[in-house]
Design a protein around this ligand. Structure first.
Ligand code: FMN
Length: 329
């Protein structure tokens, strides 16, 4: 059966699929615009970017699509509010935020008439977000890439969050690699849509270096690990030599801070520098954030092909009463 559309505060995405925001410069307009054109919600990762660069990229994305373009900004950023306001001024359609909880963001949302979408990992924060005025909630579990707010799996955290969120869309995120899982999350668990990120790194349009994509393609299950981050949250990443050295306690402290990007930074390494390194192709010294299930994906597709694959798979089982298992090979 056809999947329902996703309506967030009047913004209607024909396909209930949000492409997760990926900083720094992993999800840019190059990815977000084709996602929006395919009927999903394209999200630019805004954390760690200079405000002017982010504004320019938002304007570029908006010029390339009439679909929905959001921005993802982590609350942990020192210039969180400036990035939010700059994004709104540049014409972004919605603000997605996580890695900390801001009550004030909802006031900005009301003042500027812009939907605020909150990423949470618990029923308590999901309910609070709705009461404070969130336009939608994303329930993100431990399978996600990047910073994590829980060590629990998606199918564990989702049911209580589903009970807590009453009247706004609830999106499932973390570890979803195909349309069968998308249909399962929507039909069996009652999600209004899904957020997917790692699958989109393995797209032709994603702006990262070829070696970043190759690191994804090469990753075996055990190569995707938990690591530490100066943000103060655990992060899920590929076990590059840098991540391995971190685990062994090597002193990787940045010699100086060029970015002053986080509200609270313990400076045990410079995350901005390490994310930029990997994005540009220095995989050994860089930090390559990745979802837990990246090892299951073995192809680079275009964004249009990813959407085609997800919707065909999902609609072959969604409300068809035959379960969510992929057909036998
Ligand atoms: C390379 C990478 C960078 C990410 N950066 C951010 C970020 O800046 N802010 C954020 O809220 N989530 C970030 N995430 C999390 C994704 O937006 C998404 O919710 C999550 O990865 C979904 O799980 P999946 O990758 O298994 O599909 C990142 C994920 C990856 C893989």
């Amino acid at each position: 059966m056809k999947l329902p559309s996703l309506n967030i505060a009047g913004l209607k995405a024909p396909i209930p699929l949000i492409q997760g925001g990926m900083s720094i410069r992993v999800s840019t307009s190059a990815l977000a615009a084709p996602v929006a054109n395919a009927g999903g919600i394209g999200v630019i990762g805004g954390s760690g970017l200079p405000e002017e660069e982010l504004q320019e990229d938002i304007r570029k994305a908006k010029s390339l699509t009439s679909g929905i373009v959001g921005v993802n900004i982590m609350y942990a950023m020192k210039n969180f509010y400036n990035l939010v306001i700059a994004s709104i001024d540049a014409g972004v359609d919605m603000v997605v935020t996580g890695a900390g909880f801001s009550r004030d963001i909802f006031k900005i949302g009301k003042e500027k008439n812009i939907p605020i979408v909150m990423i949470v990992s618990s029923a308590k924060l999901a309910g609070l977000a709705e009461r404070l005025g969130a336009a939608a909630v994303i329930a993100e579990a431990k399978e996600a890439g990047g910073h994590l707010g829980t060590d629990l799996a998606l199918r564990e955290i989702f049911p209580p969050i589903r009970d807590a969120v009453k009247n706004i869309p609830l999106i499932a995120a973390g570890g979803i690699t195909n349309g069968y899982e998308m249909a399962e999350m929507m039909e069996k668990y009652g999600a209004d849509g899904v957020q997917i990120a790692s699958r989109f790194v393995l797209s032709k349009e994603c702006d990262v270096s070829d070696s970043f994509k190759q690191a994804y393609l090469n990753a075996a299950k055990d190569d995707i690990v938990l690591t530490t981050s100066p943000v103060g949250l655990p992060g899920r990443a590929i076990n590059t030599p840098f991540v391995e050295a971190l685990a062994k306690g090597a002193d990787l402290k940045a010699k100086r801070c060029d970015f002053v990007c986080l509200k609270k930074c313990d400076h045990h390494y410079c995350i901005n520098e390490r994310l930029n390194m990997s994005k540009d192709g220095n995989i050994d010294e860089g930090l390559v954030f990745s979802g837990e299930n990246t090892y299951k994906m073995k192809s680079i597709l275009s964004v249009a092909e990813i959407f085609e694959k997800f919707t065909t798979e999902a609609e072959s089982v969604y409300r068809e009463g035959k379960g969510f298992a992929p057909p036998a090979e």
